[in-house]
Write a protein of this length. Structure first.
Length: 101
């Protein structure tokens, strides 16, 4: 039986303006994860994802490095409840890029 988990991840460093969101979406799509990625006004990137525990762990491993031009300095991972937004994306099998907040 597959274990589905939900994570909220905050990535700091040189992570905006380096194709971090698009690269994250591509990796999440390859892993068949659902969720979203967005820039935050404080120069961090936020990722919320839902999926198989092993696939989420693979995404977390990639996020610690990020795309070629990124310089990740810190990553904070939180366990989150299933939100209606995340459940909707999960049911649709989608990983989206959301606007900056």
């Amino acid at each position: 039986m597959t274990t589905i988990i939900n994570k909220q991840i905050f990535i700091s460093g040189n992570v905006q303006g380096v194709f971090f969101r698009e690269s994250t979406r591509q990796v999440a799509d390859e892993l068949m994860l659902s969720g979203f990625v967005r820039n935050l006004r404080d120069c961090r990137v936020e990722v919320q994802t839902m999926g198989d525990v092993e696939k989420v762990q693979s995404l977390l491993k990639w996020l610690k490095i990020g795309p070629k031009l990124a310089k990740v300095t810190t990553i904070k991972v939180l366990e989150v409840e299933k939100s209606s937004d995340l459940l909707s994306l999960y049911k649709k099998g989608r990983f989206d890029i959301w606007p900056t907040v």
